[in-house]
Design a protein around this ligand. Sequence first.
Ligand code: ZN
Length: 228
Amino acid sequence: MPGTAVGIDRGVTVAAVTSDGTFHDRSFITSGEVARYRRLQQKLARQSKGSANRAKTVTAMRRIMRRVTDRRADFCSYTACRITTRNALVVLEDLRIQAMTATASGTADRPGRNVRQKTGLNRAILDKCWFKLEMALLNAARRTGSRIVLVNPAYTSQTCNRCGHVDAKSRKSQAVFECTACGHRDHADVNAAKDQRDAGLAFSACGDFGIGRSVKQEPVGRVTGRTP
Ligand SMILES: [Zn+2]
């Protein structure tokens, strides 16, 4: 659809929230699979290295992880297809910038510097496949002709989409945004996705589309972005 734009906020609780208010998520691993995987891990610890039984256990563990990986791939391509067929402009936060500003605690996708590498099981539970979704969107966009723009995510969680007021206190909780200036209320992730959409629209209005990785400064405001 020409002229339509959407912002995507990728999160830890919900994989992706779009500025139109849609929550894109699914569970990638079932509680039964988690329990089974834990049992196999314990079994593995008791089995001697190089034994045939140990090899069987490893195969069973891999089978579970393969299912989880497949679900994640399905989710990403389905979501990417859904989003790109409906929108000519798709705006994401630039995770390269987010990585630079990441805290020690890190994110679900990427543990912080002071945190030990997550185990396979923890990753399977927590990973919301931010990068896979980005890749899937780029792929899908090639078919639909949609534009993908990456914007600086700074302050999108604190900026009111109605009046532009920036205040950390407007973020009442994980889910609730209520502007301390104008009282505008929205789901916090939807508000952030709308901020991203508008930043992407401002960036694309600068007229610097299609020049690869260039970063364009808007004369007014602090809108930065790039096309991947
Ligand atoms: Zn406001």
